[in-house]
Design a protein around this ligand. Structure first.
Ligand SMILES: Nc1ncnc2c1ncn2[C@@H]1O[C@H](COP(=O)(O)OP(=O)(O)OP(=O)(O)O)[C@@H](O)[C@H]1O
Ligand SMILES: [Mg+2]
Length: 373
């Protein structure tokens, strides 16, 4: 997995360099070599290595000075560095290395397994950090876009109205105002999602539990989404267990769960597909750890694009979208399932997913019928 990552090995002893070179290449890394601090600085700027292994004891410019220069240069300041010290007892120079920004140290003679283990672990951390940075950057630009574009629609309508464009035509005004209203509601929805996730993650969401008929909640949410199903040419079916027990739950939040799941199913199912929403009662004995007693089960099954097995565990992370979603016409933020999972778990329930790429997906949410009290 780390193939073709490039490591710059720096040592004034050519024999050591040959050794490092062979060792690292055998592990599938690309290797660049430098025989002095100066050469290290030049190559680290021109070759963009992913990691530098830097000998401390070198004539002219030693490893510490080299490290100082690396950290002082915008291009090289973030490249991870492992320093090689000659003496394992030399705590002072190890200390100095860390204070100058080294990420790790190793002592000579090199233990090959240890070297490879350190190299891999540093590269892994760096890769994970990059991914998070990328995710954040993507999310921020998307969020700015998602909030700015509806706002410009609203402003556009208001500007037209203020300029008297609709003075003669109240019917047209109504049409434009309705589209502005619709856009404002979507925007508010997005802002609420973001706030909900923040609250759920901070454990600050208060559930307002009342006795609820989940069938009624499901029917309401499905009725609201019928229009979308019709527009997309998808059959939206509902199969209710008429003997469903009354459930102690937060009706508004469960509505959100149903809406998000059915909304997703409609979004990720192509024309002529089918979405089925089913309610039932489920009793768990000992078979599912953490679940025991009577539960209300809500199933949302679709014949859509599916999710690959390796991505299934990731889709509940916020801002996460599966590769199979890329073709979908409607853009999302990747918050819906985070909310579904958190709300369900706050009720003492669980979410299950079964999916096959190109065939379809089934989400099952179970919540304790007694409301987990
Ligand atoms: N029914 C489904 N079929 C196929 N993929 C799905 C389905 N539901 C969710 N996914 C995948 O999981 C990802 C995360 O879903 P989630 O609801 O959190 O985000 P979203 O729908 O993309 O955006 P948002 O819900 O914030 O508008 C989706 O982007 C999609 O890749
Ligand atoms: Mg969604």
């Amino acid at each position: 997995m780390d193939e073709h990552q490039k490591i710059l090995a720096v040592d004034d002893a050519p024999d050591n360099l040959v050794l490092l070179d062979r060792l690292l290449r055998r592990q599938g890394f690309d290797v660049a070599k430098a025989l002095s601090g100066k050469e290290c600085l030049a190559k680290s700027a021109s070759e963009h290595p992913d990691l530098i292994i830097l000998d401390v004891a070198m004539p002219e410019m030693n490893g510490f000075e080299t490290l100082k220069h690396l950290r002082g240069n915008e291009i090289t300041k973030d490249i991870p560095v492992i320093i090689l010290t000659a003496n394992s007892k030399d705590a002072k120079s190890i200390e100095e290395g860390f204070s100058l920004g080294a990420d790790e140290y190793l002592t000579k003679p090199i233990d090959q397994d240890e070297l490879i283990a350190r190299v891999r672990s540093i590269l892994r951390v760096v890769k994970a950090e990059h991914e998070i940075e990328q995710l954040k950057a993507d999310f921020q630009s998307m969020l700015v876009h998602d909030l700015r574009s509806p706002l410009s629609v609203i402003i556009g309508v208001l500007e037209l109205g203020a300029a008297g464009e609709f003075d003669e035509n109240p019917a047209e005004m109504k049409e434009f105002l309705n589209s502005a209203l619709d856009t404002s509601q979507k925007m508010l929805g997005l802002i609420n999602d973001i706030l909900d996730v923040a609250k759920l993650e901070a454990g600050k969401l208060q559930l307002n539990k009342q006795p609820n008929d989940v069938n009624v909640i499901v029917a309401g949410a499905v009725a609201r989404l019928k229009v979308i199903a019709r527009e997309k040419g998808i059959t939206l079916k509902i199969e209710q267990d008429q003997d469903l027990p009354i459930c102690e739950c937060d009706g508004g939040k469960i509505d959100q769960v149903v809406t998000n799941l059915v909304g997703n199913a409609l979004k990720f199912t192509p024309k002529d597909g089918q979405v089925t929403v089913r309610t039932s009662t489920k009793t768990y004995g000992e078979e599912a750890p953490g679940l025991k007693g009577q539960y209300i089960a809500l199933e949302v099954a679709d014949t859509g694009v599916g999710i690959s097995q390796d991505e299934v565990p990731l889709i509940f992370d916020r801002y996460r979208q599966a590769k199979s979603a890329k073709g979908s016409a409607q853009k999302g933020t990747g918050l819906g399932l985070t909310i579904v999972k958190r709300v369900t778990e706050a009720h003492g329930g669980r979410v299950f997913v079964e999916s096959a790429l190109g065939k379809g997906t089934k989400f099952t949410v179970v919540i304790p019928a007694g409301g987990n009290d």
